[in-house]
Design a binder for this molecule. Structure first.
Ligand SMILES: Cc1cc2nc3c(=O)[nH]c(=O)nc-3n(C[C@H](O)[C@H](O)[C@H](O)COP(=O)(O)OP(=O)(O)OC[C@H]3O[C@@H](n4cnc5c(N)ncnc54)[C@H](O)[C@@H]3O)c2cc1C
Length: 452
């Protein structure tokens, strides 16, 4: 059995940012283990793409891994703050920043990467025992759960055997999801957000000639980033109404709504936390689709490529609701109700690709580690069942006694705005300083009390 002071479970961008912060803040002697089930750290789905057309959707000036060095990434990439760099490059940057942090860590601070899947957690005298496959048990004083997004869920409709067939891909990011399709065949995407944009660009890169048809509830496509122009409109009362008023004023003045939206970003978490649960639900039901396409925008070059594909007729976007699927010998059949119509429409496709993005609910996490944390009472669901309930620094609310922490999309219910690098790096810094500053000491005191 292995032992360490802190384990980080999940070596995507979030876990890597925590590792970087722990290495920078740790006092010797201490040991840190990063547990990642995949081949590479610092990638996750977002930054493992090698497609040069898959660009960051946040400008370089806002993507630094280090909150106290805002231009760290732009300087590393030798580019301007306003540039949109390829996502694969960002993965390289994160990995290199991690390596540099390991090299610069104080003597006596050790760091290891375990290629393993964490399948469960329980409390033991030392702190937390993680079960790792294939490593066995790892006992740590504190653990950070950085699992990122949950897998996509299938639409809850009659699927006629589609989901079990090779005519369906649960996500465009799965190995082989886009392979083996006749270049002239039609493809249907479920969803029309940034995941669909990635998939459409990947088909374009492969020289696909067939039609690409996307269906989503509202038929909305992400907006495009514009040049950063400061706004003259001030947001008065902070709240959803204040935001809407400011947006209208800005647009009426001929200004750019993007500046208002971006200026509002630092207040989003506070506003979300003040909304009663019923209001949060209303937001998710009625406004979320509109929020997502304005808040998570495409890089200008990506926007141009998507506009050209739509103008040529290769890519079409339809608003509607899936009714059912069926399988024919040589195609998949998609039946859907166009928005506002009662006439069922049928489309055939060589493959149906689910681009609806990650599952929102922790009940749908499909992770034995998450199930074990919930069933042992070490964690409980966050607001509206999204992620875990956490305190201000990301400690899980439950019976772990401050030994378990999380960040990123697993805090979505509590914070809403909690998935992109600008939020992740702040959370990583706060969490590392809490673990280094007080948690390890408090955990030791808990052990003294327990044994006396
Ligand atoms: C396609 C895409 C593009 C994006 N583009 C941007 C962007 O341009 N800018 C931006 O700021 N944000 C972007 N985002 C948001 C993105 O979610 C974050 O930037 C970041 O990648 C999230 O990192 P994470 O570590 O929380 O999750 P993930 O990247 O999902 O990493 C989680 C890691 O945990 C590992 N893991 C899971 N379960 C276990 C287990 N049981 N045991 C061991 N390991 C486990 C996984 O293998 C994975 O490596 C994008 C997201 C996506 C999906």
């Amino acid at each position: 059995m292995a032992e360490a002071d802190v384990a980080i479970v999940g070596g995507g961008a979030g876990g890597t940012l925590v590792a970087i912060q722990l290495l920078r803040q740790a006092r010797a002697p201490s040991s840190i283990v990063l547990v990642e089930r995949g081949e590479r750290v610092a990638r996750g789905i977002a930054y493992s793409t090698a497609d040069p057309d898959h660009l960051l959707n946040v400008p370089a000036g806002k993507m630094s891994a280090l909150p106290d060095v805002p231009d760290h990434f732009a300087r590393w990439a030798c580019t301007s703050d306003a540039a949109f760099v390829a996502r694969g490059r960002y993965g390289e940057y994160l990995e290199q920043t991690l390596r540099e942090s390991i090299a610069r860590a104080p003597r006596g601070v050790s760091f290891q990467i375990f290629r393993s899947t964490a399948t469960s957690a329980c409390l033991v005298e030392r702190g937390v025992r993680l079960t790792l496959v294939p490593h066995g048990h790892l006992d740590v004083r504190a653990a950070v759960i950085a699992l990122g997004n949950f897998p996509t869920v299938d639409p809850a409709v009659e699927d006629g055997g589609l989901y079990a067939s090779d005519r369906y891909a649960r996500s465009p990011f799965l190995p082989g999801a886009l392979d083996g399709i006749d270049p002239d065949a039609d493809v249907v995407f479920l969803g029309s957000g940034l995941t669909m944009v990635d998939a459409a660009l990947a088909f374009r890169e492969r020289g696909h000639r067939g039609r690409l048809q996307a269906i989503s509830r509202h038929g909305l496509v992400p907006q495009v980033h514009g040049p950063a122009r400061p706004s003259r409109t001030r947001i008065g009362a902070i709240g959803v109404r204040g935001l809407l008023r400011a947006l209208r004023t800005e647009v009426a003045r001929g200004g750019d709504w993007r500046a208002i939206f971006d200026g509002f970003r630092s207040s989003t978490q506070r506003i979300w936390q003040r909304l009663p649960p019923a209001e949060r639900e209303r937001f998710l039901r009625h406004l979320r689709a509109y929020w997502d396409v304005h808040r998570h925008r495409m890089a200008p070059r990506v926007g141009e490529a998507i506009a050209a594909m739509r103008a040529s007729g290769q890519l079409s976007i339809r608003a509607g609701r899936i009714a059912s699927f069926a399988l024919e010998p040589d195609s998949a059949v998609v039946r859907f109700w166009p928005r506002g119509s009662r006439d069922l429409i049928e489309m055939s496709a060589a493959r149906v690709i689910n681009c609806t993005g990650p599952a929102a609910s922790i009940e749908e996490a499909c992770s034995s580690l998450v199930s074990s944390l919930l069933s042992a009472g070490l964690a409980r669901p966050g607001s509206l069942g999204m992620g875990f309930a956490t305190d201000r620094d990301g400690a899980l609310l439950g019976s772990s006694g401050g030994r378990l922490f999380t960040l990123g999309s697993l805090r979505r219910g509590d914070l809403w705005e909690s998935t992109a690098i600008p939020e992740l790096r702040e959370q990583a810094r706060a969490l590392a300083s809490r673990i280094v500053g007080s948690s390890l000491r408090e955990i030791d005191q808990l052990r003294v009390h327990a044994s006396s």
